[in-house]
Design a protein around this ligand. Structure first.
Ligand code: Q46
Ligand code: ZN
Ligand code: ZN
Length: 335
């Protein structure tokens, strides 16, 4: 197998591009794909301050690395979710990366700062963990971006994520979510601008990027993701992609080109009824926002270890699946 560019020995084959690359040209390919996504979708302007939500996984660390390499002003933030060993390893990977590369890292820990963690929130609310997890991450990232004066938030959603979320939203004709499934979400009153610069890279590519750049990322998936629809949609798309390379790319980018406009949300309507939360000031349609209500409900609850919650979910699958698919929307708020 030889590199399509230089004819030297290749380290990776990319069937959807009908190309093989050596290490040097693969890294260049990744940079080019991110630069193309940024310019095609007007994601980041020169001089913008970018907050990157980092989980310690391959996507968010590759994203930091690529944005810094492309010359953007980047700071990272990570949230300790309290999901047992997984969260400890995630935070350790984020901290190690930031320290070795000299990247500023903001850290928030749910249990230390807000008195709860995700397994306890899931047990108290009796909903799938991804529901309170996604909402907590969105709230804290939005606040950090606005309070820190950042111009935008960048998240590590890759092509596999976006295609899987799109498949889920199409299967259920979820028009509201289809309207929000864009590589750029503009800033609204009280919400920062959000961009997804990795949409042209697959997760196999972000993993290979990290390996070739010597980035130590956490390989394990979140133990709370087990059985969620997002993973099933990914598996379905993987098997189609294996038989027909390029299908995921076409599915997602043809949607953006040909259909996304039809689902554009009415911005005025979305803003309607929003008012500041009585506790924290974040925009909400109720007196107290969902995050502050979650803190109120969970902060004094007996902590529930992740192992106990998983054992309970195994026994009570029907109840635990309520709201499944939350991960599809919330995934990679820090991934
Ligand atoms: S961390 Fe949180 Fe994900 Fe785990 S509980 Fe679900 S949303 S799966 S990206
Ligand atoms: Zn080469
Ligand atoms: Zn609030």
């Amino acid at each position: 197998m030889t590199c399509t560019v230089c004819r030297g020995p290749a380290v990776i084959d990319l069937r959807r591009h009908n190309a093989n690359f050596c290490a040097e040209h693969f890294l260049r390919f990744c940079r080019d794909q991110v630069a193309k996504a940024i310019s095609q979708h007007d994601m980041i302007a020169p001089g913008d301050r970018v907050l990157v939500a980092v989980s310690g996984g391959k996507d968010s660390l590759a994203l930091c690395d690529l944005l810094v390499d492309l010359g953007y002003h980047v700071e990272a933030m990570t949230i300790g979710l309290g999901i047992g060993d997984y969260s400890e390893a995630s935070t350790a990977a984020a901290v190690a990366y930031a320290e070795t590369r000299g990247l500023p890292l903001r850290r928030i820990d749910l249990r230390d700062e807000y008195g709860y963690d995700i397994p306890t929130a899931a047990a108290v609310t009796r909903r799938v963990p991804c529901s309170s997890c996604g909402m907590s991450k969105r709230h804290l990232i939005d606040r950090a971006a606005l309070e820190g004066g950042f111009d935008l938030v960048a998240t590590g959603h890759n092509l596999d994520d976006e295609a899987a979320v799109l498949l889920g939203n199409v299967l259920h004709w979820n028009a509201e979510y289809l309207g929000r499934q864009a590589p750029v979400l503009p800033a609204r009153d009280g919400f920062p601008r959000k961009v997804k610069p990795l949409v042209r890279l697959s997760e196999r590519e972000t993993a290979a990027y990290c390996v070739l750049r010597g980035i130590d990322y956490i390989v394990d998936e979140c133990p709370m993701a087990e059985g969620n629809r997002h993973l099933r949609y990914k598996e379905a798309l993987d098997s189609i992609e294996a038989a027909s390379p390029g299908t995921k790319h076409a599915f997602y980018f043809e949607f953006l080109d040909k259909a996304a406009d039809r689902f554009q949300p009415d911005v005025a309507q979305a803003q309607e009824g929003l008012r500041p939360c009585a506790r924290c000031g974040s925009p909400t349609t109720t007196d107290v926002c969902a995050f502050c209500r979650l803190v109120e409900r969970t902060a004094h609850a007996e902590p529930v270890p992740v192992e106990l919650l998983r054992a309970g979910r195994g026994r009570g699958r029907g109840r635990a699946r309520r709201g499944a698919g939350g991960a599809a929307q919330s995934r990679a708020a820090t991934s």
